[in-house]
Design a protein around this ligand. Structure first.
Ligand code: FES
Length: 62
């Protein structure tokens, strides 16, 4: 995965920042949003964010 790819255009939040939030303990979309600010603008990225959160939490917890 390209960690520099921006997932949330509104706040310029990248895949890598979502991973970092998960690695730092975030488990839900809400917690990632709180940690990064991603998803609190237009909301268009929420589905993609959720997919990333699911992916990184599974990776982290396996
Ligand atoms: S793209 Fe993430 S809130 Fe708009």
């Amino acid at each position: 995965m390209n960690m520099d790819k921006v997932v949330c255009e509104c706040f310029g939040v990248t895949n890598g920042q979502v991973k970092e939030a998960v690695d730092n303990g975030a488990t839900t979309l809400e917690e990632v949003t709180e940690a990064t600010g991603a998803g609190t603008g237009c909301g268009a990225c929420n589905d993609d964010l959720q997919r990333l959160v699911d992916f990184f939490t599974t990776e982290r917890d396996s």
